[in-house]
Design a binder for this molecule. Sequence first.
Ligand code: NI
Length: 274
Amino acid sequence: MHNSWLTVEPHPTIDLSKHAIDAYRRDGFLVIHGFSTPEELARMRTIYDDLFEKRAGREVGDEFDLAGADAEDDRPVLPQILSPSKYAPELLRTLAVANARAIAKQILGSTGEFGGDHAILKPASYGAATPWHQDEAYWDPSLDYDSFSIWMPLSGATVESGCLHFIPGSHLGEVIPHQPIGGDPRVHGLEAIDVDASKAVAIPLKEGSVTVHHNRTLHYAGPNSTQQHRRAYIMMCGKPAAPRQTPRQFHWKEVQSTERSKRAELARNQGENK
Ligand code: NI
């Protein structure tokens, strides 16, 4: 059987205008249409649903409930998989990833690279909200970043299914205080404290369109009240992170103790003892 989709990396199709790149720099986010094709998205949905069905990577801490305590017998309200392409490498040979590599250079310059992927499923009718946060709040506070996430819903997204909302210009400030969602240290997900969302904009997307947001842009997604899954596939791009001159602490990371990190640590220790 010949299946070129599985063996050949497509040529990128996105060439951002200066106007679009200026808008990203000003607002901290950008919408791009035609990032993938209906045929590719259909194939990606099949792979995606299979990974979540199998809970791929759960034993090493790559699959977990972003918004809950993540106990084994809990129904996950916001399942996430880190690096789904580790479990389905064909995801890296998509037009979407080819376009991610291309816009990394267009927005960040020659040192801009595609850095990896993750996936957040908002299950039909009960998927939980993703509270306001800045992605950088999850990361190592000793480094400086210039990066963005490309957020691609595999069948579009509406306000009702959980599209992203952004606060324009919020990427120009510092990382603001966060806490584990609901103040529960067992929860992996973070929420920013004291967000003024009066200037927030919701960005519904049709199939094949994406939003791009900077690592400090405040963003949010509502719960999924529709009868369809909201499948977000997220591609991360950045310049190499550099050591910070000014030290800082992310206290919210120090208080967390998640089942996910315990599984990841156990898997690392078992790997070392082999
Ligand atoms: Ni985020």
